[in-house]
Design a protein around this ligand. Structure first.
Ligand code: NAD
Length: 338
């Protein structure tokens, strides 16, 4: 099958080439899918996109007109794809459901530990030969209460790691996982109780109409002033203005994030020469109690290998006329973010 890979990054192409192993005729494009680049899909039956690409209704309409049939996502999250429209146009869409929940959960813990133990400040300081400890005070994780929002693949690994630190775990999810209650003594509760009782909160839900702005002025107001909030899920799960206010007013202690609500067009690019114009993002970066990484949680060899493998397994299934195991259908009560 002829496949066009949008948003192809230099680091992933060798993995994709190995996984394809010459079976499909693949073209790699650095540009992301959007209304301006959709026409490049002409002559391709399948395309592959990443989490920053735009597969909103209008783009899908263009793809349908160009006779594209299949979209293989190289990500777990699919909030950038309007699945209802894809279904209407008979465009089949598949994701990579669990390429490495360890990569993401371990990055969430990395953000937490780095913030708590002031690792970035300490490193900057010693580069200037300043070996004082006075501003490097953290806290023991042992005995703290950690709230985990979303106990799916990544949230489950997070529970296991956090349990290892000797923390108490509160969890919030629309579906409870009884194994986590047995194995790690986690307590499922409502969102309000989790927010008001946790010292650390980590987000692991997908971005949908139900989780958009889940962390907002109201939920932030419930949090304790020592709360460290970690987000490796999606930026728009947190209301950025309310978050900045809470950080500036010491309503919460710190924010560690790998994602931002307006990543599109800024993340996955070197903007060091041009600069950025997003004032909210500039503000977030400037705060001393914020640690922001550029959507890199999936950047482990194992994760990239698994993403490449599953991407081509999905394409193989479609090429051979079989049903693809990772095919996505719109859920009744949940709409993806357009
Ligand atoms: P998953 O589907 O295994 O788990 C998601 C959990 O969230 C499920 O248990 C589900 O029941 C729960 N949930 C869904 N809607 C909810 C709601 N409204 N309220 C409460 N709980 C709800 O997904 P996962 O593999 O654990 O991934 C979670 C998210 O992490 C992805 O959707 C993606 O957005 C993000 N992610 C980020 C990166 C990164 O590089 N930063 C990489 C992979 C995934």
């Amino acid at each position: 099958m002829k496949v066009l890979v949008y948003s192809a990054k230099d680091f992933e192409i060798p993995f994709l080439e190995r996984a394809n192993n010459g079976r499909h005729e693949v073209t790699y494009l650095k540009e992301a899918l959007n209304l301006d680049t959709a026409f490049k899909s002409v002559g391709y039956k399948a395309i592959s996109i990443f989490s920053g690409d735009d597969a909103s209704s209008i783009v899908l309409e263009t793809l349908k007109g160009l006779e594209v049939k299949f979209i293989s996502l190289r990500s777990t999250g699919y909030n950038n794809v309007q699945l209802k429209t894809a279904q209407k146009y008979k465009l089949k869409v598949a994701n990579v459901p669990d390429y490495s929940p360890y990569a993401i959960a371990e990055h969430a813990v990395t953000l937490l530990l780095a913030l708590n133990r002031k690792i970035v400040n300490a490193n900057n300081q010693v580069h200037a030969y300043n070996f004082l400890q006075s501003n490097l005070m953290g806290f023991d994780l042992k005995g703290k209460t950690v709230g985990i929002i979303g106990t799916g693949n990544i949230g489950t690994v997070m529970c296991k790691i956090i349990h290892g630190f000797g923390c108490d775990i509160l969890a919030y999810d629309v579906e409870q996982n009884p194994n986590l209650i047995d194995q790690y003594a986690i307590k499922y509760t409502d969102l309000e109780t989790l927010c008001s009782h946790s010292d650390i909160i980590s987000l692991h839900v997908p971005l949908t109409n139900l989780t958009y702005d889940l962390i907002n002025k109201k939920t932030l107001a419930l949090m304790k002033p020592n709360t460290v909030l970690i987000n490796t899920a999606r930026g728009a799960i947190v209301h950025t203005d309310a978050l900045i206010e809470a950080l500036e007013n010491n309503q919460i202690a710190a924010y560690g994030t790998d994602v931002y609500e307006r990543e599109k067009g800024v993340f996955f690019k070197d903007n060091s020469q041009s600069g950025i114009t997003d004032e909210r993002l500039k503000k977030l970066i400037s705060l001393s109690n914020v640690l922001l990484t550029p959507h890199q949680a999936f950047m482990t060899t194992e994760a990239i290998q698994n993403i490449a493998q599953t991407t081509f397994e999905n394409i193989d299934s479609w090429a051979s006329g079989e049903k693809c195991a990772n095919e996505l259908l719109p859920e009744e009560s949940v709409t993806e973010w357009d």
